[in-house]
Design a protein around this ligand. Sequence first.
Ligand code: ADP
Ligand code: AMP
Length: 208
Amino acid sequence: MRLIFVGPPGAGKGTQAKVICDKYGIPQVSTGDMLRAAKKEGRLPAELIQKMDAGGLVPDEVVIDLIRRRIEEPDAVSGFLLDGFPRTVPQAEALGELLASKGQRLNGVIALTVDKNLLMERAVLRRTDKRTGQIYHLKYKPPPPDADLEHRADDHEDKVRNRIDVYERMTADLLPFYEKAGMLERVDGVGEVAEVTQRVLAAIEKRK
Ligand code: ADP
Ligand code: AMP
């Protein structure tokens, strides 16, 4: 199973990806998580840190290279779920070429849709446990008292607004690209987490 999750910041990609990856036994490959790990370990150049913290995109070559190396690791050979990649048409084209060169095919692209006002609330009140990577929400999924919480630098209101704008500009090209290829499944991301999971699973079953 080779899947892509597309959606604005706060749409629930990370939350849903964890459930789907457990069910299908595939790794979740998040370019955002990989970049944040590189930043934490001091491996990310200052100009990329600045771009990320401001809510902008990092250059295509950087993420394409991360993905090229990641999908060659043994756990990703028979499948993966890409969360947050591709974000641009050149990234999508590079991924297509990469998979074709390995004789692999994509099952489908799941686009999670959520209203803008709700996105803002979801992202601004998101907190992640530094030790476990578990995603919490101060209103919808309160963390336990002993959680070691992190508030992402780009999850502050002005940055989130910028990220939503960047996403809207990006999807203007990316979604039609996958729609034309007959790969796109739109899924309503509003509702209880379990309810959204059922919709995502139904969309994936169509692509098997
Ligand atoms: P993304 O990876 O798309 O940016 P996340 O999965 O991190 O989004 O979710 C953003 C925030 O919204 C998190 O705090 C998460 O706990 C919360 N969240 C995710 N799905 C739902 C949902 N269906 N209902 C309410 N809150 C949700
Ligand atoms: P995310 O965790 O997916 O919200 O990503 C956090 C940030 O990492 C984004 O705002 C970008 O700065 C950067 N990033 C992650 N994935 C990509 C990508 N595919 N292309 C460009 N930048 C990315």
